[in-house]
Design a protein around this ligand. Structure first.
Ligand code: PMP
Ligand code: GLN
Length: 414
């Protein structure tokens, strides 16, 4: 056997940063503020619905595109929250998480040598699947916000770091990246890892570029219900976009069931036929009882959706204020499971080195923002911390970080 059996185009991907950091967290019994998964359970009604489906014998292969009741629930969800109409039979496909929806879409729509635009920082599965397809990735950098001033907690300034918000997409840079082989834009808003929500003016301008250059958009909206400031608008709602957009989401974040891996893709007929063709050879279809659980989940009342956003907004504030309190410049994310902070005041100018050290060093796991970019220079000292944990876990994480600078949270100004 060749000493390097992995095909060249997949070399360099290694083990995902999320798996790597969660392993370090487990091995060191660290507070895991790395991989984005909550430490609370899905709503009881959702658990019950999945259990009932199991008890009722829904344990065999579901239909390839997903069970009809879930496809109907997804279509109703798109109408209810976004005013987007999809035919559950021909325009909605249930997938093994958003990850499989992304993979099946990219593999269906991008041929070898086609160019695909992605926003940078980029979620790890985009470059990997683009490589699987033999396509060529072109990155369009988001521009980082100015981070707040670092306070000097050790000397007792009472003013916390002014948290900043918002990375920006310069749509002219996006337009300039379009070439003759560009086929697809992979969009992600609300955005992981920056926590930015692209605003309607930006999305309108993105839509115009896509229409002008006849691009197909694959949009990853898994954090659609975890918005704390601002409004999430699906790009499919802009003029000329529905017919050229695959809208992807998943139940994992909204209903605290990331391990269920129930996701979906909504797209007009021909795009749906294309992605179903590849999807059936990735996993075919699975998770039958879980699909029943999510059919119930999507139909829950507005109060359930509002609560998930409220709880996570409070957690974001707790973590942002805590990180600022121990002296870290931090971005008050508008959305998602994440905030990003600069760890320089902790004595590290390299976020990756910090993340490799911290699980054992102080019992905290996090994810370096450099894992989402090609050239780490501009984000070298930035680290992503997950907010989707119970308050006491977030507080303990902050306390442990504070030990590095001699700060006891709550006593910063003592
Ligand atoms: N896209 C983004 C931006 C994510 O953060 C994640 C991680 N949860 C996924 C896709 C994958 O979603 P799923 O777990 O449903 O496959
Ligand atoms: N989306 C999650 C994150 O960004 C991780 C999911 C995964 O590990 N694939 O942390």
């Amino acid at each position: 056997m060749s000493p390097q059996p992995l095909v060249p185009r997949m070399r360099g991907f290694g083990t995902t940063i999320f798996d790597e950091m969660s392993k370090l967290a487990r091995d060191n019994d660290a507070v895991n503020l790395g991989q984005g998964f909550p430490d609370t359970s899905p709503p009881a009604a959702v658990l019950r619905a999945a259990q009932q489906a199991m008890d009722a014998g829904e344990n065999q292969y579901p239909p390839g595109p997903g069970i009809p009741s879930l496809r109907r629930a997804v279509a109703e969800h798109q109408q209810r929250f976004h005013g987007l109409g999809y035919d559950p039979d021909t325009e909605v496909t249930v997938t093994f998480g958003a990850t499989e929806a992304l993979a099946s879409s990219i593999l269906a729509l991008c041929d070898a040598g086609d160019e695909v635009l992605v926003l940078e920082p980029a979620y790890d599965s985009y470059p990997a699947v683009i490589a699987l397809a033999g396509a060529v990735e072109r990155r369009v950098p988001l521009e980082p916000p100015a981070m707040g001033e670092t306070p000097t907690p050790a000397t007792g300034t009472a003013t916390p770091t002014p948290a900043s918000t918002g990375w920006r997409l310069d749509v002219d840079r996006l337009a300039a990246a379009v070439g003759p082989r560009t086929r697809v834009l992979v969009l992600n808003t609300p955005h992981n890892p920056t926590g930015t929500v692209l605003d309607a003016d930006t999305l309108q301008a993105v839509a115009e570029v896509c229409v002008e250059h006849d691009l197909t958009v694959i949009t990853d909206e898994v954090y659609e219900h975890l918005v704390y400031d601002g409004v999430h608008t699906p790009i499919a709602t802009f003029p000329g976009m529905r017919e050229r957009t695959v809208t992807i989401s998943s139940a994992g974040k909204t209903f605290s069931c990331t391990g269920w891996k129930v996701g979906w893709a909504c797209a007009p007929g021909e795009l749906t036929t294309a992605l179903r063709t590849t999807k059936q050879f990735l996993s075919y279809a699975g998770g039958a009882p879980l699909q029943h659980g999510i059919a119930t989940a999507l139909g829950l009342g507005d109060d359930v959706y509002a609560e998930v956003a409220d709880v996570h907004r409070q957690r974001r504030d707790l973590l942002v204020d805590g990180l600022a309190g121990v002296g870290l410049p931090v971005t008050r994310s508008a959305a998602t499971y994440f905030v990003t902070a600069d760890v320089t005041p902790l004595g590290f100018d390299d976020g990756e080195a910090f993340c490799r050290w911290a699980p054992e060093g102080i019992g905290v796991a996090a994810v370096p923002v450099s894992a989402f970019v090609r050239d780490a220079e501009a984000v070298r000292s930035l680290v992503r911390f997950a907010v989707c944990k119970r308050d006491e876990v977030l507080r303990e994480g902050v306390r442990r970080l504070g030990t590095l600078v001699g700060v006891v949270p709550g006593e910063e100004s003592a």
